[in-house]
Design a protein around this ligand. Structure first.
Ligand code: ATP
Ligand code: MG
Length: 177
């Protein structure tokens, strides 16, 4: 059975953040989220919602100018861990190894201890080696409406998104085709 996708349209940044908080309970350490989409699409906004949903110890800010930032979070069930927020834009442009970068930043051990969720902006083709539980989150801007985004969740080795899909339908209404 193929893994099912979930699609949602959000009308503003607040809704995109909300979507992040809704996904949070379905995430565990070892998961890798790869956020795809153009500049200003809402990747960081979504990650801020994830941080809220995971009760991050401080707000998520854009990791621009550094490859990655760590923040302490609580996964569902109360398990403590880390959210490693990656901006792989430079790594992608210049070529390089994400494991080397983690080592240079001193976050390699945290990652290898397997208590971290990695959320990578611009990580497509760069971050996949980090995990075999991957959830791609695709952000597309609407041509008609300035502040509308179409957001698609595409699991790869991630398992079913049934619980999340139900939650999304409850909050956002019927799925987008
Ligand atoms: N529906 C929406 N969802 C998310 N952001 C929206 C939406 N509508 C408007 N915005 C605005 O778009 C911008 C999204 O910025 P954000 O930093 O989240 O993008 P990004 O994808 O992380 O960009 P970058 O690739 O530069 O890191 C914010 O200014 C936000 O207020
Ligand atoms: Mg960003």
């Amino acid at each position: 059975m193929p893994e099912e996708e979930v699609k949602v349209a959000t009308c503003n940044a607040r809704e995109t953040k909300k979507l992040g908080t809704l996904l949070a309970p379905f995430l565990s350490p070892g998961d890798l989220l790869i956020l795809r989409g153009p500049l200003g699409a809402g990747k960081t906004t979504f990650t801020q919602g994830l941080g809220e949903g995971l009760r991050a110890e401080r707000p998520i800010i854009s990791p621009t100018f550094t490859l990655a930032r760590e923040v302490k979070v609580q996964f569902s069930g109360g398990r403590e861990g880390l959210l490693i927020h990656v901006d792989a834009w430079r790594l992608k442009a210049q070529g390089g190894d994400i494991f080397d970068e983690f080592e240079a930043l001193g976050i390699e051990d945290d990652f290898e201890d397997n208590n971290a969720l990695v959320v990578a902006e611009w990580g497509d083709g760069v971050a996949e080696a980090l995990s075999d539980r991957i959830l791609y989150v695709d952000f597309a801007r609407s041509v008609q409406r300035e502040s509308e985004r179409l957001i698609s969740f595409v699991p790869k080795g991630f398992g079913m998104l049934a619980g999340f899909k139900e939650k999304v339908e409850e909050v956002f209404g019927n799925p987008v085709d």
